[in-house]
Design a protein around this ligand. Structure first.
Ligand code: ADP
Ligand code: MG
Length: 343
């Protein structure tokens, strides 16, 4: 039992109480302090419960001299070790994000992962969109059951040529269940996706994010401080609204480098004659990237076969490699490789 972990000067929180004896010991410890800090709330004795202790100045001053460094439990240390072990086997981490939903993050993630895999890289694709995990559908692996190895690590679903896929979708009870998870639960699930999944040695881990800059994005940025960076997906409509600016501000706040911008649904390819029509004019993505001082990775047209491939379980780069969108995705993968592997 201990009064930790110790978070900053203003409070102690997340103290694990494992028995009523612990509660008594903590209260005795608090009562023995020079001026009692407020302890509030102790919710549940005899169970694991977080409590927050607010400390007054006298206590803080005393503790500055007497309190040992924050202590991690054996379990925390073991988990941290597993996390670092997993991350140490992953060469590059690419996080695919956007300001809002429906712009094509999952499409970009799956095609980027597949294009990298077709370029002989060992690739992991991690779908952490808890409320809309659609990566399993894009590879037609939604009915796959997850298995664990002897070390109790989950084995991702293998997709040829060299792709390992892990999705929050595999953990949901049924295809239509949209989960309402609170932030800490999401954070813990995401952490397990890294430390409790047998990713093996990877050249790339592509992370398909939910929209925006919420809990998931913060968790990923915190867990993977050495990520190569973010690929920000936008559409011509968002370009006009500069919606991607939020993602870029977020990345800079989290010290996450930005690999570059992808403009998706840029122009429409006629399925009959193959002609490209610039519905919203051209060059918006490049101009936005320039205005935001980030690299432009490429534009992908709105092409029916992208959606059809997505629905039928094979990303367009593999299903129809000669199409405009497939060529565009492949070029984006090439640009990502150039950027990320240049060091
Ligand atoms: N370039 C494109 N051409 C045609 N359809 C696309 C294209 N990009 C995405 N889509 C379709 O748009 C929808 C939303 O894309 P998705 O990748 O799921 O977005 P997000 O992950 O950002 O919510 C999907 O049905 C997808 O098939
Ligand atoms: Mg998505």
């Amino acid at each position: 039992m201990g009064l930790g972990p110790y978070c900053g000067w203003n409070m102690l929180n997340d103290i694990r109480i494992v028995s009523a004896k612990n509660v008594r010991a903590i209260i005795e410890r608090i009562q023995s302090l020079p001026r009692s800090p407020r302890a509030n709330p102790v919710r549940q004795a005899g169970d694991v419960a977080p409590i927050t202790l607010y400390l007054d100045q006298a206590f803080k001053e005393q503790e500055k001299h007497t309190m040992p460094k924050p202590m991690m439990s054996g379990e925390d240390i073991e988990r941290d070790t597993r996390l670092h072990e997993s991350l140490s086997k992953i060469e590059h981490v690419v996080i695919v994000m956007s300001g809002k939903g429906g712009v094509g993050k999952s499409t970009v993630s799956s095609n980027l992962a597949m294009a990298l895999s077709m370029r002989d890289r060992r690739v992991g694709l991690m779908d952490i969109d808890i409320t809309g995990p659609n990566i399993p559908k894009m590879f037609r692996i939604e009915d796959e059951k997850l298995h664990a190895n002897e070390e109790d690590r989950l084995i991702p679903v293998a997709v040829p040529p060299s792709l390992s896929v892990m999705s929050m979708g595999f953990l949901l009870p049924d295809r239509d269940s949209a989960v309402m998870w609170r932030g800490p639960m999401k954070a813990s699930a995401i952490r397990q996706f890294i430390e409790d999944v047998e990713w093996g040695g990877l050249d790339y881990l592509v992370v398909d994010m939910p929209p925006g800059t919420g809990d998931e994005a913060i968790t990923i940025a915190q867990l993977m401080p050495k990520a190569d960076g973010a690929v920000i997906v936008t559409t011509p409509q968002d370009v006009a609204l500069l919606d991607s600016r939020k993602s870029i501000t977020f990345a800079s706040q989290m010290k996450l480098p930005v690999i570059g911008l992808v403009e998706n649904m840029s122009g429409f390819v006629c399925p009959h004659c193959g002609e490209l029509t610039e519905v919203f004019g051209s060059g918006g993505g490049e101009r936005t990237a320039e205005a935001l001082s980030i690299r432009f990775l490429g534009r992908v047209p709105l092409e029916p076969n992208v959606a059809v491939s997505g629905d039928s379980g094979m990303p367009v780069v593999a299903a129809d490699p000669g199409s405009r969108s497939a060529v565009a995705f492949d070029r984006i993968a090439e640009n990502v490789i150039r950027e990320v592997e240049k060091g």
